[in-house]
Design a protein around this ligand. Structure first.
Ligand code: DX5
Ligand code: ZN
Length: 216
């Protein structure tokens, strides 16, 4: 199981140290929640924090673009050092063009689907994707309640990937914690994002990650 803490819940006054602390605590990737206040009703940050932290961490950086027109801003995230660049299928008319542009830039392309989007929507794009992100919450905020239907949606995406004969990660993002990680793994998730469970855990990042790994 790949564990990717969401930096949205980190201390933005100490992002570099937070990136290092999460690496030492056992995180595999760092998840960056980019929101434009248009595609989602919240405004967080662009590529700058990713660029600022790039030299402080050797972890894989996944930029989760919850923005309209992701293709228009792609170069910013490539230049900032994002390794995996995820955009929402709902945010663009031609997701294939985005995925190909990410690949052409030498980065790893991924698509995210929000809770109301049928998993079948990504079927024809699977050949262009290294990862599918299944949202466990409606995108926009950390700390939301996990949507239980996410487990079945994760299993549907796993079946679509198997039918395609391709390899692709399934990342579940939003509301993940000890109460649902095992079922998500059983359903086919191999990457989980956690903001609140890890970064607000009373016993610290390492203990939170240890608890998640114990249940995968
Ligand atoms: C929601 C984001 C998620 C979220 C994760 O729009 O994409 O990455 O911040 O935080 P938790 O784990 O608290 O739901
Ligand atoms: Zn996210």
């Amino acid at each position: 199981m790949i564990i990717a803490p969401s930096m949205l819940v980190a201390d933005f006054a100490r992002l570099g140290q937070e990136a290092r602390a999460l690496e030492l605590a056992g995180a595999d990737w760092l998840h960056w929640d980019v929101m434009d206040g248009h595609f989602v009703p919240n405004l967080t940050h662009g590529a700058l924090p990713i660029r600022a932290c790039r030299e402080h961490s050797d972890l894989t950086f996944n930029a989760h673009l919850m923005i309209s027109e992701p293709l228009r801003y792609l170069d910013d995230f490539v230049e900032a050092g994002a390794d995996i660049i995820t955009a929402h299928i709902e945010a663009q008319d031609d997701a294939g063009q985005f995925l190909e542009a990410v690949r052409d830039a030498g980065r790893r392309p991924a698509l995210a689907i929000s809770p109301d989007t049928p998993p079948e929507a990504i079927a024809e794009l699977l050949p262009l994707c290294e990862m599918i992100t299944v949202m466990g919450v409606h995108p926009g905020f950390a700390g939301q309640q996990f949507i239980e239907g996410t487990i079945a949606r994760t299993a549907q995406v796993r079946r679509l990937i198997e039918q395609s004969g391709r390899e692709a990660h399934i990342q579940v993002d939003g509301g993940v914690g000890t109460e649902n990680i095992h079922e998500l793994c059983q359903a086919g998730a191999d990457v989980i994002v956690s903001g609140s469970f890890i970064l607000r855990h009373p016993d610290g990042y390492a203990e939170a990650i240890r608890q998640l790994r114990a249940l995968e």
